[in-house]
Design a protein around this ligand. Structure first.
Ligand code: ADP
Length: 545
């Protein structure tokens, strides 16, 4: 027997319809690429999205066509997503921090017909366009006054183009399982692979993640996604913001400490989200300029592990709650958040910080398990680690054009490539990427744990730990440190500092100071590059072994 409820497809453009109807006046504030702060609201964004859909259809966009966006977080980027999806197209976010060859590969692989770009990326597209045969026109997201004199073929001035249509348009009615968006993984090994979100997966993911134990969004919130929309589906904030009626504040291209602080303060942001690197810059700015965070309640930190010292600084010095989050492009992207369940409600001080080093528990819609290499499920005891696998309605079932072949196991679970353990209350903690674990004497050392402890030292700005070959132990950890400006911590300083924070056999065998640690296009430490840099490094312990 079937249920007798309405068939109301879960379509992403219904989110912006809802925002217009229920939260039409809610502010959407952006630092524009042209410079000034721009203010609009969901009602206006809704109207402009309809015009974008209408104008795209006039250009010839058909259902399933990919339309690239290479843009910072602004109202224009957000409304272009809704316009593209509403015309039946598929937004395809492009990370401008990728190497040009990777961008060429991705745009061609996705067969993008049109591109929306910010002014910042005009020179890049001028340089690449001859290698992009599927590209028919480029929409430059600015007004006539700021249109550059460009060599781009078929450049379109965004504001003029929108003004050319009347907005008398109805969204395309499509199957909720149709593609809505695309984002390529960074592809540290092999070519980047295309993750394809559906309307249904985006809507379900945003619903699940807006709930109180997750992002906890409401119409009283003022949310600032600092994480760019081009990083892992923008952590779904372009959907969950309007879905829950929160005001949105967007930083455009200015993500330095001073610019972020200015928006947090003048626009009274209550919740914000980004990777640890951004928060490191903000915390350094607050310290140097003696500033406070008067309005901010909550900061969501993910993409790489949030160091304990960062959580402590936000909570104890600035009175801002930290919510550690984990996810990946293939998961739409959020998979877990470290909010507090009743079992842990009594924790404070160091015990609470211990808990917050974990990446947290999964929302409804994510099933999670940890397996050993033979596929045996590991107990939820908070210490036995293995491969982390996930299953759910917003988790990839395969990559675009079946690149990489079958990606699910026989039970439909996706191997995240992360190594983790889960405790009795469902709190998961990542100990490493499976390819970065350090194998010492048959046991695994968590590089993430050692790194997070090391950055707690006052003279350390950033830390990375990699495995170096060792004649006796296979591998031993090397600690790589970027010191705070003007400081030169010694290996003895770090050993003493770490001695009561990690087990003795995890203690690095050596330490080097570097000016900079290489990062990927999404701000993660490039362990592969570090292993290459230090492949000839001789550990002092190797001599005596
Ligand atoms: P990329 O394209 O950089 O791989 P993703 O965001 O898809 O972008 O990367 C996902 C990976 O990032 C995860 O599999 C995990 O290894 C890492 N990651 C994300 N959040 C965290 C976190 N809070 N702690 C540790 N690692 C994290």
């Amino acid at each position: 027997m079937l249920g007798l409820m309405q068939d109301w497809p879960l379509l992403c453009h219904r989110v912006i319809d809802h925002a217009k109807e229920q939260h039409g006046n809610r502010e959407v504030i952006s630092r524009s690429i042209e410079g000034p702060i721009h203010r609009t609201n969901y009602a206006e964004i809704h109207g402009r999205s309809l015009k974008i859909a209408q104008a795209l259809e006039r250009l010839g966009v058909k259902e399933g066509d990919r339309v690239g966006t290479m843009a910072w977080n602004t109202w224009r980027h957000m409304e272009s997503w809704y316009g593209i999806m509403g015309a039946g197209g598929v937004y395809h976010t492009l990370n401008p921090r990728l190497f040009p060859e990777q961008l060429v590969y991705i745009i061609n692989h996705a067969e993008d017909r049109f591109l929306f770009i910010d002014l910042t990326f005009v020179p890049l597209i001028e340089a690449l366009q001859d290698k992009l045969p599927t590209l028919e026109a480029v929409i430059i997201m600015t007004d006539r006054e700021h249109m550059p004199d460009t060599k781009i073929r078929n450049p379109i001035c965004y504001e003029e183009w929108i003004d050319d249509v009347d907005g008398d348009y109805s969204w395309k009615t499509i199957d909720e399982n149709s593609a809505a968006g695309m984002c390529y993984t960074s592809g540290t090994t092999g070519n980047p692979k295309g993750v394809v979100y559906s309307h249904r997966s985006n809507v379900i993911h945003s619903l699940a993640n807006g709930c109180p134990d997750m992002l906890g969004l409401s119409s009283m919130d003022r949310v600032m996604p600092v994480v760019p929309f081009f990083h892992a589906n923008g952590w779904s904030l372009a959907f969950s913001g309007p879905m829950f009626g929160a005001s949105m504040i967007m930083p455009g291209m200015m993500m330095d400490g001073a610019s972020i602080w200015e928006l947090l303060d003048t626009e009274r942001v209550s919740t914000t989200a980004a990777v640890p690197t951004i928060w490191l810059m903000l915390l350094q700015y607050l310290e140097a300029e003696n500033k406070t965070l008067e309005y901010l309640d909550k900061v969501i930190i993910g993409g790489s592990a949030c160091p304990r010292a960062m959580t402590q600084a936000f909570q104890e010095k600035y009175n801002v709650d930290v919510v550690h989050a984990w996810g990946m492009t293939e998961m739409s992207p959020l998979g877990s958040l470290c909010s507090i369940k009743p079992e842990y409600a009594g924790l404070d001080g160091g015990a609470k910080l211990d808990l917050q080093e974990k990446q947290g528990h999964a929302p409804f819609t994510i099933e999670m398990k940890v397996e050993d290499d033979e596929g045996n499920e590991m107990p939820w005891d908070g210490k036995t680690f293995g491969r982390l696998k996930v299953r759910g309605p917003a988790v990839s079932s395969s990559y675009f054009k079946e690149e990489g072949g079958k990606i699910l196991d026989e039970n439909g679970f996706f191997d995240t490539g992360d190594v983790a353990h889960i405790d009795e209350h469902g709190y998961m903690q990542i100990t490493d990427r499976s390819k970065d674990v350090i194998k010492s004497g048959g046991e695994w050392i968590s590089s993430i744990d050692v790194e997070n402890k090391a950055v707690g030292h006052p003279d350390v700005a950033e830390a990375a730990v990699i495995g170096i070959e060792h004649p006796k132990w296979d591998e031993r950890p090397l600690l790589i440190i970027v010191p705070m400006e003007g400081k030169t911590p010694t290996f003895d300083d770090l050993k003493e500092y770490l001695s009561d924070k990690i087990v003795s056999w995890w203690m690095p065998d050596d330490m080097v100071l570097v000016e900079e640690i290489p990062h990927t296009a999404t701000g993660k430490i490039q362990k592969m590059a570090l292993r290459e840099m230090f492949k000839d490094h001789k550990l002092p312990t190797a001599e005596v072994a």
